[in-house]
Structure formats: C-alpha cells, structure tokens
Design a protein around this ligand. Structure first.
Ligand code: XLS
Ligand code: CA
Ligand code: CA
Length: 440
C-alpha cells in the first residue's frame, strides 16, 4: 500500500506548551476525565465525503485540492485509493470511526443500480480487509438521497413511486453496508425532504410517506440483526427552502407522531443548529431531555454567512457548552463526526491534518472545561437553588407530582396576596464563572 501522507508523522499528544503543528495540545486519548478515558468520551469520526472526496468546488469555481490519491476519479481504482488514504489518515490521527454516504464510497453507475450495488459489495470487502487488525470501524452510514436529479422532488417525499422505490433500494443497501462495516447507527438527513412552495406540495402526504420509508428501514434493519440507533439529522433549510426535519423539537415531534421514537435518536449538527436559529447547546439539550441524544456532527458555521459552511470546530465556548450537555446527558450512543471541510485555500494534505488536530483539540478542551464546570458546582447549584420552591414547599411538591388543583393554587395566591420576588437569574455572574473556569 502506498503511503499518501508520507511527510506527516503519527499525531501524538504533547501538551499545551508544544509548538509542534503535528501534535495534539489537549487531546490526550488515555487521560481519564470524570471516570472515563478521553477517547471514550470522544469517539471521533472522519466524514468520508469531506475528507476524501471534497476538493473545494463551490458555486463560483473549481476545486483547489487534489483528492485523486494517485488514481482517476470516477473509477473503482480511485474508490480503493480513497480507502487506502482514509485508513492511513485515521491511523495517523488515532481516529477509530468513519461515516459515509453510499456514493462517497463508490461511483454511482448512471444506468444500473445493480452495478452500483456490486461496487458497494466490493468496496466494503476492501474496507474490511484494510481495517483488519485495527480498531477502525463505521460510526454510521447513510444513503445519498439528494444528489441525483431523480430526487429533485424529494426521496421519501417524492411524487413518484419509481423514485420512492429507488430511495428504498438505496436505504436497504446502505443499511446492509453499515451492518457489514460494524456501524453504530444509520442516518436519515432529509436534504430534499421539504419544499420550495406549498402551491405544489401536499405536506401531509409527503410526511406520511417519509415516515413509512423510515418504518420500513427500521423493520428491515432489525430483521437483519441491526441493534444500533437510527438517527434523524435535523436541518431547517439548504438545499430546500423549508426542510421537514427543521430542528430537534420538530424531528422529535414527527418521530413521536409516527411511532418511530423508540428506534430513532437525533444526530445533531452544530451548523444546522445555528441555521435553525438555535445554539448547538440548545439542540443538544432538546435531544437529551427527550432521551434522544444520539450522535453529533461536529463542525461550526459562520455568523456572517447564512449557509452551511461546515467549518472545523474552533469555538471553545461552543464546544464547552456542547460537552456540558453531552456529559450531563450521559454521553452519546454515537460519536463526534467531523462533518467539516477545509477552507478552499487550505488545500494541502498537511491542511487535512491541521483541520482534524484543531477539531479534536477543540472538543478535548471543551470536554476538560465542561467537566471542570460540573465539578466546580457553582452553575449546577445555582440552577438547583433557582427551582427550589418546587422541592421545599408542600404546594411545590404537589405541583410536581400532579396532585395540585387550580382552585388550590388560586387559593394560595389569594392568601399571600402578592408573590415573593422570584429571585435574580444571575446570568452575568454565571457567565463570569464560565470565563473563570475557561481561562484558569
Ligand atoms: C448536509 C448534511 C449531510 C448529512 C449526511 O448538510 O450535513 O452531510 O450529514 O447526509
Ligand atoms: Ca451533517
Ligand atoms: Ca452541514
């Protein structure tokens, strides 16, 4: 196997004083935090599409990075070269997981799905062969149901039975490959499941069909022994004006409505959260409080740009608040997939490593600081105290255990005539506690 990243060493932890650009400053896989190794808190994954496929093509220009890995793009030789390069890349970084869409792995045959399926069988054999004896396995797989023009009116939401059947066929095959590669989960991201105008859209019909496709996927996966989670990855828009899986709350409501909530959890992407007008932390909190904290697509957007920029995570505040939610939520059943891409001018193999070192160190720092926030206790104690009238008064307890009546509460209000001051929210104090912990 040829070495694609010859000049790049294995990336090791050297600590925060290191100036070595090819070393971790904070990610120390064996370090124990709150009783668990960092690498167990942070099962990092490589996104096949961005890291091994994306060249930096944008709406205004051609790619700037060479991802041919010595082979002709569009061939099976290239598909295999990507596996070789990807495995070398993951080994050098100590990353144990990857995520894929079917068509990231192999070129799709334009006229015959049977040819594509045979290629998927071949490449998954090759991945298994190349990862044998390593800890590298699949975090989650998915079917690309947005790129091909057949999905222009949707996949699960299409108007065409033929296209719906193609979506089903792709999901079936992607589940097979996910199981074969040891995947922890299977993702539905509904890029084309939405609308541009309601004038041509039967929203209820479309949502029922999407739910039906998901139900068939669950039944099929379970029949094949798949024990992992199915995930919905919410996103409010882009490519569609309105996407049905707008945010975690909407997706969870949908899953409950159609009886899919036992088999599905959320895959929360930071950039999608901000596109929906929420913080990353908010989307994680909504998922966790509904028992649906599944997996994370680790990236960040740019507040000055209104689209999905998929940048490598750099913002330590956001990573800390995210890890605060993940720790308090009991961890992920999935992992942290860098659904992130290098900026177009960062076009060398070295930049691919710098990007992952940045992302992994950012989340490691987030983990360290979130654990310190929890162990410090000032924030949690404040929150506990804030709601204490519901635990230290008889009436409060009755409200919480659903035995209070409206008349009883009204009588209490009349009795006291005017409520006591509910107390300060102390936002600025709590923010200063966070800064104190971040920068000490
Ligand atoms: C696109 C999504 C996509 C999903 C997987 O915005 O992030 O890449 O993660 O289909
Ligand atoms: Ca994503
Ligand atoms: Ca994205």
């Amino acid at each position: 196997m040829s070495e694609f990243f010859k000049n790049i060493p294995e990336i090791k932890f050297e600590g925060k004083d290191s100036k070595n650009p090819f070393a971790f400053k904070y990610y120390d896989p064996e370090k124990v935090i709150m009783g668990k190794k960092m690498k167990e808190h942070l099962p990092f994954a490589m996104a096949w599409w961005h890291n091994l496929c994306a060249t930096g093509v944008d709406m205004f220009g051609a790619g700037s990075a060479d991802k041919s890995f010595g082979a002709q793009p569009g061939t099976m030789e290239h598909a295999k070269a990507k596996v070789d390069a990807g495995v070398e890349f993951m080994k050098k970084l100590g990353i144990e997981y990857y995520c894929f869409h079917d068509v990231d792995l192999v070129p799709e045959d334009p006229t015959d799905i049977n040819v594509t399926n045979a290629r998927l069988d071949e490449i998954s054999d090759y991945i298994l062969e190349k990862t044998k004896g390593t800890n590298i396995k699949c975090l989650w797989g998915t079917a690309n149901m947005f790129g091909n023009p057949r999905f222009m009116n949707g996949a699960g939401s299409t108007n065409s039975v033929d296209v719906y059947s193609f979506a089903a066929a792709q999901v079936k095959k992607a589940i097979d490959i996910t199981i074969k590669l040891g995947g922890r989960g299977y993702v539905f991201w509904g890029g084309r499941e939405g609308y541009e105008t309601l004038l041509n859209t039967d929203m209820k019909f479309e949502q029922e069909n999407i739910a039906q496709l998901m139900r068939m996927a669950v039944n099929y996966g379970r029949s094949k022994g798949f024990m992992g989670d199915f995930y919905i990855e919410p996103k409010p828009k882009e490519p569609m004006k309105h996407q049905y899986d707008f945010d975690a709350a909407t997706a969870i409501g949908f899953l409950k409505q159609y009886g899919l909530d036992k088999d599905f959890k959320m895959n929360i992407e930071a950039n999608h959260a901000t596109l929906a007008g929420h913080t990353f932390q908010h989307e994680l909190r909504v998922s966790a409080m509904n028992g649906m904290l599944g997996s994370v697509d680790a990236n960040q957007g740019d507040m000055l740009l209104g689209w999905d920029t998929d940048e490598f995570p750099f913002n330590v505040y956001d990573a800390t608040l995210a890890m605060y939610e993940v720790l308090k939520g009991g961890g992920l059943t999935g992992g942290f997939n860098f659904d992130s891409k290098n900026r177009r001018p960062s076009n060398t193999p070295e930049d691919m490593f710098h990007a992952f070192i940045l992302g992994m160190d950012t989340f490691a720092l987030g983990l360290i600081k979130a654990a310190e926030m929890i162990e410090d206790g000032r924030i949690d104690n404040f929150v506990k105290e804030k709601y204490s009238s519901f635990s230290n008064t008889e009436l409060g307890k009755k409200i919480r255990n659903n035995t209070a009546t409206l008349e009883e509460l009204a009588a209490h209000a009349c009795d006291i005539k005017k409520p006591n001051d509910p107390g300060s929210g102390r936002q600025e104090y709590l923010e200063s506690v966070m800064n104190n912990i971040l920068f000490s």
